[in-house]
Design a binder for this molecule. Structure first.
Ligand code: NAD
Length: 497
């Protein structure tokens, strides 16, 4: 059985833990590898190497750090087919979708290539007479990242390219469900000329996460995953005096106004609800049908959901692949059972979906519920599968109230042809990322990504300008070079006369 190791100080590292996890190919249900689950000692070893590497890496001119990023970008492009296949083989999503997610990660690397410009700081000549003042942003030290299963390339790449380009060193703890992509990215960084110890990967579970939280040399933590774990990370990193950003779960609504272009809304919803089998934090899992559009919306959606092409991610015909694990498949099916018991109308039932030749894969067909109510669990909780709930709202205000009273606040969108509705909605929605006639409003790499409410604990969003702020600390220097007479002591606050 293939063993997936850690990557520490520029090389594969077995560590001393005897514990392993199992990695599966979701398309077939076969085990493809064992992954080492790091002990506290293994994690501390990685942090200690990262800490040593920080001394010289943080002193390298930003231009030299940018050159490593340029080379890394080239290597990702050159190896994109291999990286994409790794994602498909452990996550299950379809090839083109996996490739798209890698590209969205690559765009963060492209952003990080501009680090000399991004770190330029601010200067004011003559803040007082012959006194100058300037601000610089300096790296923090060893930063850590803990990432979820659903984007094995993109989410780690929201973090480490910017962290490293800013002069930090990094320890990544990827999801133990699909860990291979991170190891390959570490090898490519080394090939790009990154010094040993600057980027390290430790595989593992809660034990590795807790070791990172408790290690005093780790000064900043970036987390992406479910809300309960995000909250745990936020609270415990704060207790350990670390800077922290912890992105959590979601329940993204799509408000469908009666005046919208219905075909556009339905097509948008299909991709956003069923793409990547609904395993996206920006997936749309609730469609809010406003006014009289509900029946037409549900009947158009139903036809398309029934004809979704579901199959292995490597099959070019597949529009939707399997779920990530058997346990997750059971969890999603159970939510559909719950929805039926709660009294929602199950319009399309994908629970018994099977494909010949892939009977052990973790497939489920697309599911569509109508008449879902605010108090139902399938409305309140994140299912993270291809299950779309349609909720009926009498008007715009009721739809907005639904969006704003939900505990999650990651993404939302509205389909309308009315500028006033679009503008009022984007301005009033208590949500971090809003789309107007855009089903999945994921910000580009040079903007920042993050939700509100219980979808993000901490102050800063990820990548873009917020990423640079998160991975640096601000220092403001004030200086003068007096010549001639020495000044007398001043006992009052200096002010400008
Ligand atoms: P998860 O919370 O189960 O795991 C995320 C990470 O935390 C993994 O690396 C895992 O090993 C670790 N972890 C799991 N349990 C832990 C524990 N008890 N203590 C310490 N660490 C623990 O999430 P997942 O199932 O891998 O990913 C899906 C979730 O991630 C969904 O809720 C999804 O919405 C969310 N997500 C959010 C965003 C966002 O930007 N807000 C992006 C992607 C995914």
């Amino acid at each position: 059985m293939k063993i997936i190791q850690h990557f520490v100080d520029g090389k594969k590292f077995l560590g001393d833990s005897k514990r392993v996890g199992k990695v599966f190919n979701p398309a077939t249900g076969e085990q493809s590898a064992e992954v080492k689950l790091a002990s506290i000692k293994d994690v501390n070893e990685a942090v200690s190497k990262a800490s040593k590497a920080f001394v010289s890496w943080s002193n390298k001119p930003p231009l030299q750090r940018a050159r490593v990023m340029f080379k890394f970008k080239e290597l990702i492009e050159k190896n994109s087919d291999e990286l994409t296949k790794i994602i498909v083989s452990e996550h299950g999503k379809v090839y083109e979708d996996a490739k798209g997610s890698l590209t969205r990660g690559l765009e963060v690397v492209e952003f990080a290539c501009g680090i000399p410009q991004l770190l330029k700081g601010e200067f004011t000549e003559n803040v007082g007479s012959s006194v100058d003042s300037w601000s610089v942003r300096q790296p923090l030290g060893v930063c850590a990242g803990i990432t979820p299963f659903n984007f094995p390339a993109m989410v780690p790449m929201w973090m480490f390219p910017i962290a490293i380009a800013c002069g930090n060193t990094f320890v990544l703890k990827p999801s133990e469900k699909d860990p291979s992509c991170s190891i390959r990215l570490a090898e490519l960084l080394k090939e790009a000329g990154l010094p040993d110890g600057v980027f390290n990967v430790v595989n593992g579970d809660k034990e590795a996460v807790d070791a990172l939280i408790n290690n005093k040399e780790v000064v900043a933590m970036s987390f992406v995953g479910s809300t309960p774990i995000a909250k745990y990370i936020y609270e415990n990193c704060a207790k350990n005096e670390k800077r922290v950003q912890a992105l959590g779960g979601a329940k993204n609504h799509c408000v469908v106004m009666p005046d919208c272009d219905l075909d556009q809304a339905v097509n948008g919803l299909m991709g956003a609800a069923y793409g990547s089998a609904g395993e996206r934090c920006m997936a749309q899992s609730v469609a809010v049908a406003v006014g009289g559009i509900g029946d037409r919306l549900v009947s158009s959606l139903a036809k398309k959901v029934e004809s979704l092409k579901i199959g292995p991610g490597m099959d070019k015909e597949s529009e939707m692949g399997p779920l990530v694990t058997k346990e997750h498949l059971e969890k999603v099916k159970n939510y559909v059972d719950v929805g039926v018991k709660e009294g929602a109308n199950l319009i399309v039932d994908g629970r018994n979906f099977k494909i010949q030749g892939y009977e052990n894969g973790y497939y489920i067909g697309g599911c569509l519920f109508d008449n879902v109510k605010k108090n139902m669990r399938i409305y309140k909780e994140e299912i993270f599968g291809p299950v779309l709930s349609v909720v009926r709202a009498k008007d715009f205000n009721e739809a907005l109230e639904l969006v704003n009273s939900h505990e999650f606040g990651n993404g939302v969108s509205i389909f309308t042809r009315d500028g006033d509705s679009g503008r009022t909605f984007s301005s009033s929605a208590k949500i971090g990322m809003v789309g107007i006639n855009i089903p999945i409003p994921v910000p580009m790499a040079f903007h920042s990504f993050g939700g509100w409410k219980r979808s993000l604990f901490g102050d800063q969003h990820m990548h873009g300008p917020e990423g640079v702020r998160f991975y640096t600390k601000l220092k403001t220097i004030t200086s003068r070079w007096p010549s001639g007479l020495r000044s007398d002591p001043e006992f009052v606050m200096p002010t400008m006369k």
